[in-house]
Ligand binder design. Structure first.
Ligand code: PRT
Ligand code: ZN
Length: 286
């Protein structure tokens, strides 16, 4: 019986750093990676395989690796039988259709009969089929954005994050096929022990993710404004309130989520809060 988890992560590229960082933040120390083929940990039953992202879904489906970190864009394109266990919140991008900027566009039917260059023929094909649009899909493996400029295609479907690559190539986005991020995937026949390890890892990943979305906040409040100020603070249960040495003042501690952060800070100031300190949270175990 295999008594560890074998995880496949990208060998180098856009997902590498954050994948390794996530394992580190989960308290998993990796032995020095010399050849970058695989490594192990001394404090968690895990072995790490470094692979091309395109190969990760297949390795996990075959059970050569038990789990893996890969972009949804790759996962859906490869269409393998694996289970997504957690969205990881990094590697965000979208698979979009883009056309030359000057070109007229009246919706997806404008793509009828066009030559579309892409590295994602499966998803592009499905998308067009959904709308009954027949087009000519050309699969190419890289530098998709230059295809219209050199006459290889009329339009492209490629990953976009900031949009600057499209802009520099005279293209504009017209359709979003998929919003993608890195996800943790799992082989469907892990043994009992491996499932236990996976749950342990998932618990840590979720604590790290929650902490990233939250900030610890400390502020001073005049006692007569405490009620209003506390009403603005959700906290994990309720805020901690401690008396300050100066009479009539209290120190209030709480946790704020990133989404509501700026809005709340302004309202706290308006409500009379002073000396507001904001501190990152490393882990959050609820
Ligand atoms: O060698 P290997 O096969 O492992 O790596 P790769 O070259 O296939 O992939 P890599 O490292 O480029 O990307 C890995 C994963 O990162 C992708 O599968 C996505 O899940 C994710 N990701 C997030 C991106 C981007 N953002 C992204 N912007 N992958 C690629 N891009 C490219 C895009 O193809 C285009 O060329 O960046 C350009 C667009 O960027 P903007 O910012 O100009 O819009
Ligand atoms: Zn790749």
């Amino acid at each position: 019986m295999i008594n560890k988890l074998r995880i496949a992560i990208q060998k180098s590229g856009r997902l590498y750093e954050e994948s390794v960082q996530l394992l580190k933040e989960c308290g998993i120390d990796l032995r020095n990676v010399k050849d970058r083929l695989k490594t192990e940990s001394d404090n968690f039953p895990i072995e790490v395989f470094f692979l091309r992202d395109d190969d990760i879904p297949q390795y996990v489906e075959d059970g050569v690796a038990d789990i893996g970190i890969v972009g949804e864009n790759v996962l859906f394109e490869k269409n393998k039988r694996v289970t997504v266990v957690e969205e990881l919140g990094f590697g965000k991008c979208r698979l979009a259709i883009a056309i030359p900027r000057g070109q007229h566009y009246e919706g997806i039917s404008s793509l009828r009969g066009k030559r579309i260059a892409t590295s994602y023929p499966f998803q592009v094909g499905n998308y067009l089929k959904q709308y009954n649009v027949d087009a000519d899909i050309h699969e190419i493996s890289g530098s998709v954005e230059i295809a219209p400029g050199i006459g290889l295609a009329d339009v492209i479907a490629d990953l976009v994050s900031s949009g600057s690559t499209l802009f520099m190539n005279g293209l504009k986005e017209v359709e979003t096929i998929l919003k993608s991020q890195a996800v943790l995937i799992q082989n469907d026949s892990l043994n009992e022990l491996q499932l236990q390890f996976l749950n342990k890892l998932l618990f840590r990943i979720r604590s790290v993710k929650k902490a990233k979305r939250s900030k610890y906040i400390l502020l001073n409040a005049p006692n007569d404004k405490l009620k209003d100020i506390i009403a603005l603070l959700p906290g994990m249960k309720s805020p901690t309130v401690l008396p300050l040495a100066e009479s009539g003042w209290s120190s209030v501690h709480s946790v704020l989520s990133e989404d509501e952060f700026w809005d709340r800070i302004e309202r706290l100031k308006d409500a009379g809060a002073q000396g507001i300190l904001v501190i990152p949270i490393e882990k959050m175990v609820l």
